[in-house]
Design a protein around this ligand. Structure first.
Ligand SMILES: [Zn+2]
Length: 544
């Protein structure tokens, strides 16, 4: 398969002088690519060195299948590079200053939109419109928090959206208010954010294409050649088609259309149309739209993840977006239409309902290669662990979240209590149960760095190596198993495992060269590994 109509498609490239990782505890010494496909391994590849058109001396580096990102948000990530530079800013003052600088440099921007700010910088995550008003008062400003379920707006934005003292509380969401009832400037969850997003003008279509192309560049720089966009709204497929037509889609992408709990019955026709338009664009190896996404619940940090037992602080069970009955109907409906289902489930009750809905679909619909996926899988009741393997459900983990960082110790653990805290991210239990596992970054919520994901899965430690024995150490897996999940495991989720995701003769040359052998050095040294080259079907799409 040639992706970029490369005139040199029959050239042979031989990689040698390093470690070529094939599968857990199995490596070889060399690899040859011909016409975008892996053509020889080991001694047979070395035998081609003399006649090869190119040779790559790995100089001890580590060649492995390119990573697949089983859950991310490339348009959100790409757009962060276009707005005010607030990502990673460590104080409210620094964020406000970045907004001021952007506003000054872009006097014609009628709305200022940006992402994503660290919601832990303000007490309770409550950000005040007045802080933004101090630098921009003439135009609306809306900023997304890093969780992408929260907005911080200035007063002009609140005015345009008619969010006032009299605005009633939405069903799914919360308007943070001052003691006098007036809106503070922070909107949480779906229906509150929609009050604002529904009045903001749509993003310029060309800016969306630029965002897609930028996200491909960044993903390639981290060794990624396949990604799951896990949140595509109406006509959100178009920038991907444009990028494909311009030969700028350098990450194979599958789109998941978001099912809205209030409108899913009416959405089906649009999903079928968008899927057909994507597939008519004509490159099934680069762009597909085979998936529907369900946000079953929220997140623990906002006490919106849906729990079987109440949170210790709020004494509530969270904020389910779907009733169990509606979720069962909707999942079965889209499954019957041939869509893979991809369910965000974080609390133990949400995970249970997600499993129930997939089980129901297997019972009421015909048997097919459905590959249903539950993503995040944060708190799982022990009774539900065996169900993943039994039902053939893929658990898509953001394993880099499985560490005892500030978020865990300050926000999550106090709210869950010790027993449920230790049930989080059961990567090891599910792996040993024979369940299918995959990894996803949730980028830009977290960086799309799969070296870090694998190493946290293997150590359950923070980057300073604590705790020494790992957090909930029985849930650790080996680095080799992490490599398998991050490559072949996620390729299975993506339906691409027959032509990519493993190193074997005849497979597409989707490859990454890491700057060190991550299987043979100390985990904290391995964790610093970076991609030095990335190949998509043998075409070099990144070099450091
Ligand atoms: Zn996500």
């Amino acid at each position: 398969m040639t992706i970029f109509h490369d005139a040199s498609a029959d050239d042979t490239t031989v990689f040698h002088g390093g470690v070529v990782w094939l599968e857990p505890h199995k490596t070889t010494s060399a690899l040859a690519i011909t016409g975008g496909t892996i053509s020889a391994l080991g001694e047979e590849a070395l035998a081609l060195l003399d006649q090869a058109s190119h040779t790559v001396d790995l100089a001890g580096r580590f060649l492995m299948p390119a990573f697949s990102d089983g859950h991310c948000h490339p348009v959100f990530a790409g757009l962060e590079y276009q707005g005010p530079a607030i990502t990673g800013k460590k104080s409210i003052d620094a964020i406000v200053e970045a907004v001021r600088v952007f506003a000054e440099a872009n006097p014609d921007a009628e709305w200022i939109r940006g992402g994503s700010y660290d919601p832990t910088l303000a007490e309770g995550g409550n950000f005040d419109a007045a802080w933004l008003d101090a630098v921009v008062s003439d135009r609306p400003v809306i900023l997304r928090a890093a969780d992408y379920h929260t907005l911080w707006c200035n007063s002009e934005a609140l005015k345009r959206a008619h969010v006032t003292t009299d605005t009633p509380e939405p069903r799914l969401g919360r308007i943070e208010r001052r003691p006098d009832g007036s809106p503070l400037g922070t909107l949480r969850e779906w229906h509150a954010c929609d009050l604002m997003l529904d009045v903001a003008p749509p993003t310029d279509p060309e800016a969306l294409v630029t965002a897609v192309v930028k996200s491909c560049e960044v993903a390639n720089s981290n060794g990624i050649t396949w990604m799951q966009d896990a949140w595509v709204d109406l006509n959100g497929h178009r920038p991907f088609i444009t990028a494909l037509e311009r030969n700028q889609l350098t990450v194979r992408t599958n789109l998941a259309f978001r099912a809205d709990p209030d409108h899913w019955r009416q959405q089906a026709d649009d999903f079928i149309r968008m899927r057909a338009e994507v597939h008519a664009a004509g490159n099934e190896h680069l762009l597909t739209a085979r998936t529907v996404k369900f946000f079953v619940d929220g997140v623990v940090e906002s006490a919106t993840a849906e729990m079987i037992a109440p949170y210790l602080d709020t004494h509530e069970h969270g904020m389910p977006n779907w009733s169990r009955e509606e979720l069962l109907l909707a999942v079965a409906h889209f499954d019957a239409l041939g869509f893979q289902t991809h369910l965000h489930a974080i609390g133990d009750r949400a995970v249970r309902h997600a499993l129930d809905s997939i089980e129901n679909a297997t019972e009421v619909n015909e048997t097919w290669d459905r590959r249903s996926t539950i993503t995040h899988v944060q708190v799982v009741h022990p009774d539900d662990l065996p169900r993943f393997a039994e039902l053939g459900v893929i658990a898509n983990f953001q394993a880099h979240w499985a560490q005892e960082d500030d978020l865990m110790t300050k926000l999550t653990a106090p709210r869950l209590g010790p027993e449920r805290t230790n049930l989080q991210y059961p990567v090891g239990s599910l792996w040993r149960s024979g369940a299918r596992l995959s990894f996803g970054s949730d980028w830009p919520v977290s960086p799309n760095n799969f070296v870090e994901t694998m190493l946290v899965a293997a150590t359950r430690q923070t980057d300073d190596g604590s705790p020494a024995e790992g957090w909930v150490p029985e849930q650790r897996i080996t680095v080799d198993d992490g490599l398998l999940i991050a490559t072949a495991g996620t390729a299975y989720q993506s339906y691409t495992e027959k032509f990519r995701g493993t190193i074997a003769v005849g497979m597409a040359a989707d490859l990454v060269v890491l700057d060190r052998d991550v299987t043979s050095v100390e985990p904290m040294v391995a964790r610093k590994a970076v991609a030095s080259e990335t190949y998509l079907s043998g075409v070099k799409v990144f070099t450091r």
